[in-house]
Design a protein around this ligand. Structure first.
Ligand code: DGL
Length: 283
């Protein structure tokens, strides 16, 4: 059902809203900032609720609606859901709740993996919730008909990335557990179906070796964002003053350290808190 009288402030000068449960969406933010250097962004990390992957669909939907209202109130002209779990759970609900507003969602990149496999075996790693969503089932039906598709959910990985444990023995053990059956099955394309995982690429590659191609959808999501902005005539002018602001519902100091380490971000970081279903800045 549509939210009551949503007011959109759609100006080419407005920022791109981006959100995730935590730092994972920064792998998408990084691509958007690289491909669309004249665009400003507002990034929300809902670290007060991370991980989304173990929560119910209705909880995730409520969070994403609250984040959307927060971003709309700050002039977002488009919203990129930089989270596979939230896209699977809530993309349709958000489009219904905010009709006429543009959302770019994400899905595990099964299509390019299926098109390029040589062994005929591809694998997706993602959160449990992503595999349970209808979006994933439709992806498999549409694109994986001629290949063998292996799946694994790796419950610890999101929290390890949130802690900044990108290459510790604990991370290596969790990755080996998750990846070994996929490698034994003959996988040659591994789809990173959670936006936290691109930050583990070095550790993953050490385990998979050079013959497995890792597929990260972030570049395609940034290209899609550009296409939608063009279609809506909402691209920022090249003269735009670019500003990036990050918000977290978790601990801002920890987020700042990690954002610097993961994507070299040194800009404005603000603390936000949930009041019921509404996200508000804390001053
Ligand atoms: N980054 C996320 C994804 O792409 C969500 C991880 C989580 O919070 O469980 O699925």
């Amino acid at each position: 059902m549509a939210e009551e009288a949503p007011v959109f402030n759609l100006s080419p000068d407005g920022p791109i809203g981006i959100f995730d449960s935590g730092v994972g969406g920064l792998s998408v933010w990084r691509e958007i900032a690289r491909q669309l250097p004249h665009e400003s962004t507002l990034y929300v990390a809902d670290q007060g609720h991370v991980p989304y992957g173990i929560r119910s669909l209705s909880e995730v939907r409520e969070y994403t609606k609250g984040i959307t209202r927060f971003l709309l109130a700050r002039g977002a002209k488009i919203i990129v859901i930089a989270c596979n779990t939230a896209s699977g759970a809530a993309l349709r609900t958000l489009r219904e709740s905010f009709p006429g507003f543009a959302f770019v969602g994400m899905e595990p990149a099964v299509k390019p993996a299926a098109e390029n496999t040589q062994t005929g075996v591809i694998a997706v790693i993602a959160t449990k919730a992503t595999f349970q969503g209808e979006l994933f089932h439709s992806l498999v039906e549409r694109f994986a008909a001629g290949v063998r598709l292996e799946t694994q959910f790796c419950p610890e990985l999101v929290e390890l990335v949130e802690r900044g444990d990108l290459d510790t023995p604990e991370t290596e053990t969790a990755l080996r557990q998750c990846l070994t059956p996929l490698l034994k099955a003959g996988t040659d394309h591994l789809v990173l179906g959670c936006t936290h995982y691109p930050f583990l690429v070095e550790a993953i590659t050490r385990i998979t070796g050079p013959n497995v191609t890792l597929v990260d959808p972030a570049p395609a999501v940034a290209r899609q964002t550009a296409r939608v902005l063009d279609y809506l005539n909402l691209r920022a002018p090249v003269t735009a003053r670019v500003k990036h602001t990050f918000f977290t519902s978790g601990a801002p100091e920890a987020f700042e350290t990690l954002a610097h380490r993961l994507v070299n971000f040194d800009g404005d970081i603000q603390s936000v808190a949930w009041h019921g279903n509404e996200l508000q800045t804390t001053d």
